[in-house]
Design a binder for this molecule. Structure first.
Ligand SMILES: C[S@@+](CC[C@H](N)C(=O)[O-])C[C@H]1O[C@@H](n2cnc3c(N)ncnc32)[C@H](O)[C@@H]1O
Length: 349
């Protein structure tokens, strides 16, 4: 198996020993659809290779391969990372890296957040801070940044609703604006709500009298396009004198999932038991989010810090192709072992 076999599609996946920069130099321009990766986090772990970069030295080391990654990748570059907190001081390296990428001219995208559900902790040592209510402070470490860049303009392929869900609220429902007197008005047509707003889940009957109720009901009855129903002009926001008129709202079947990505972490829930042979794997669910939304079927996903092969495994399970590099032969062997147990056809999305 060679890198060329993966690039040409002869092989669906390949994991090879190599450096995050040097290994990518051998790839042609535009040969990758998506990069999903996660580097060593400063000195958090030495990875058996005496990894000890921190602060600006770590940032510089991370910037170094980025132009090569951008050269080969047509789509999004997704890099999950975090700094260290020592003595209640956060190193801020994700923020520093984003700032340096920005200054170097890379096209940053708004960074999504990886919320690690299941991380225990109170925010610090307890014993010596009993007078603070049993907790040293409240600044816990529940999330990591996901640094994203792309070439300027639209991504060549994206299906942002692929991770979407049914809208939480029925059409016209529950999102509301506050009036100057503190009451709330429904955003579509001004009906007054109680100060907390009324809550209602998708598909339930709405209280009569609110204009959006008529809209929702007519849609359910399949008469949405009749003149005077869904196609009508509606007036919005008149309660505070800034009325606008527009075509009525066409509620989406699927809501955008947003950019806070929650994934449960910990033993047994990362997607594969083999992954724990890496010191810091991310859960398959996290990689799935990006592969589903930003790599077309059959496209090629690269991970230049592949570790246990999570990204490559997810790509293959989702009927894409995967290419991984890791500096350590032990991780290459681990990734290959993990991938050899996956049968793509049996694991369609
Ligand atoms: C945070 S781990 C990646 C874990 C991976 N996402 C997973 O789910 O298993 C970082 C990996 O980067 C590798 N690494 C460290 N220095 C590297 C380099 N210069 N080039 C490529 N890989 C490197 C380490 O061996 C380690 O496996």
């Amino acid at each position: 198996m060679t890198v060329t076999d993966v690039l040409t599609g002869k092989q669906q996946w390949g994991i090879f020993q190599g450096d995050r920069l040097e290994s990518v130099r051998q790839l042609p321009d535009d040969s990758i659809d998506l990069i999903v990766t996660s580097p060593p986090y400063e000195k958090a772990r030495t990875y058996g290779i005496d990894f000890s970069l921190r602060g600006q030295a770590w940032v510089d080391w991370m910037i170094e391969p980025w132009a090569e990654w951008q050269r080969v990748c047509k789509g999004l570059i997704v890099c999950v990372c975090e700094g260290q907190t020592r003595g209640r001081r956060w190193s801020a390296v994700p923020a520093l890296l984003m700032a340096d990428l920005h200054r170097a001219g890379f096209n940053l995208r708004k960074p999504p957040i990886f919320q690690r559900v299941g991380i225990p902790g109170s925010g610090g040592k307890r014993a010596d801070h009993a007078h603070h209510g049993g907790s040293a402070d409240w600044l816990r470490n529940d999330y990591e940044f996901i640094i994203c860049t792309s070439r300027p303009g639209l991504l060549p392929w994206a299906d942002t609703l692929a991770n979407g869900h049914k809208p939480k609220w029925a059409p016209g429902g529950e999102m509301s604006n506050r009036n100057t007197n503190g009451t709330r008005r429904n955003q579509w047509a001004g009906g007054e709500l109680s100060s907390g707003g009324e809550r209602q889940t998708h598909g339930e009957r709405r209280p009569a009298g609110r204009p959006s109720h008529a809209l929702a009901t007519r849609r359910r009855l399949g008469r949405g396009n009749e003149k005077g129903t869904c196609g009508r002009r509606i007036s919005r926001g008149h309660a505070n004198g800034d009325a606008t008129t527009s075509d009525s709202y066409d509620p989406p079947a699927i809501a955008n999932p947003g950019n806070v990505i929650k994934a449960i972490v910990g033993g047994g829930v990362m997607g594969d038991k083999e992954c724990h042979e890496n010191e810091a794997p991310f859960p398959e669910k996290l990689a799935e989010f990006f592969v589903r939304a930003f790599c077309p079927a059959g496209g090629l996903v690269l991970d230049p810090f592949s570790g246990s092969g999570t990204t490559v495994a997810v790509a293959v399970k989702m009927l894409r192709r995967g290419l991984g590099f890791d500096i350590r032969q032990s991780q290459v062997a681990l990734g290959r072992r993990r991938l050899s147990g996956i049968t793509p056809a049996a694991l369609v999305e």
